[in-house]
Design a protein around this ligand. Structure first.
Ligand code: ADP
Ligand code: ADP
Length: 217
């Protein structure tokens, strides 16, 4: 095997800033950013079978079944660009996914190195998600906290930004509940494994990045 690969799992509720930070971290560390939400949305826009299957769950703010999600991640991690490791964003999201991820990494001689848990209170999450603007390439903006140079236009490629259907207030509240029910048990799972680092996600984006880089060093 080549040099050891690095796997970082970004943990936190919807709107905590996982995607924003995972992108920056992956770039700085030379790792691949793997967002299961982005992968599902790509499949959805290309109208693949996987996209059709996932869309009914996503629209309701429910999780896509574990077996489907795990198979998608396994395929993604097998590609050559993942040789140095990855920053995982939105996966694992259930205890079953976390177990499957351990097994998957063991197969390829890797392990989870670090789990930054970005904590943000619920009222802030709702405000963040309701102002989130997305580019089709998966870049993330906020109407107030991280605005593009021109409203509703991607800074990088000039394409129009959009609001996610599941960022509507009703779905947002449900997604936060789903997080507490199904994902928050992973906080203890990774804490017991000695891998959890708690990060205050209420700070400015740059400050959160600084704390993350300190945790990684
Ligand atoms: P997640 O991937 O955890 O759902 P995102 O990275 O998509 O979170 O961020 C959710 C929204 O909050 C986006 O609109 C993003 O621009 C904004 N955001 C991210 N981090 C911060 C921060 N530290 N302060 C203020 N807004 C933020
Ligand atoms: P957020 O950034 O707001 O946390 P994501 O983009 O990660 O949201 O996820 C959007 C939706 O995609 C989820 O509500 C869920 O339906 C589906 N999804 C993403 N990741 C997973 C996962 N690991 N397991 C099951 N479903 C997932």
């Amino acid at each position: 095997m080549n040099e050891k690969a690095t796997y970082i799992v970004m943990l936190g509720p919807p709107g905590a800033g996982k995607g924003t930070q995972a992108k920056i971290l992956a770039e700085k560390l030379g790792l691949v950013h793997i967002s299961t939400g982005d992968l599902f949305r790509e499949n959805l826009s290309q109208e693949t079978e996987l996209g059709k299957l996932a869309s009914s769950y996503m629209a309701k703010g429910e999780l896509v079944p574990d077996d489907v999600t795990i198979a998608m991640v396994k395929e993604r991690l097998s590609r050559p660009d993942c040789a140095k490791g990855a920053v995982m964003d939105g996966f694992p999201r259930t205890p079953a996914q976390a177990e499957a991820f351990e097994a998957l990494l063991a197969e390829i001689g890797g392990k989870v190195d670090l789990v930054p848990f970005i904590s943000v209170p619920n009222d802030v999450l709702v405000e963040r998600l309701s102002g989130r603007w997305m580019s089709h390439a998966g870049r993330v903006y906020h109407a107030l906290y991280n605005p593009p140079k021109v409203k509703w236009v991607d800074d990088v490629d000039g394409s129009p930004l959009y609001q996610r259907d599941d960022d509507k207030p009703e779905t947002v509240l449900h997604r936060i509940n789903v997080y507490y029910d199904q994902t928050s048990p992973l906080i203890d799972f990774y804490r017991q494994a000695g891998k959890l680092v708690e990060i205050d996600g209420t700070q400015e984006i740059e400050q959160v990045t600084e704390d993350l880089l300190k945790a990684v060093a």
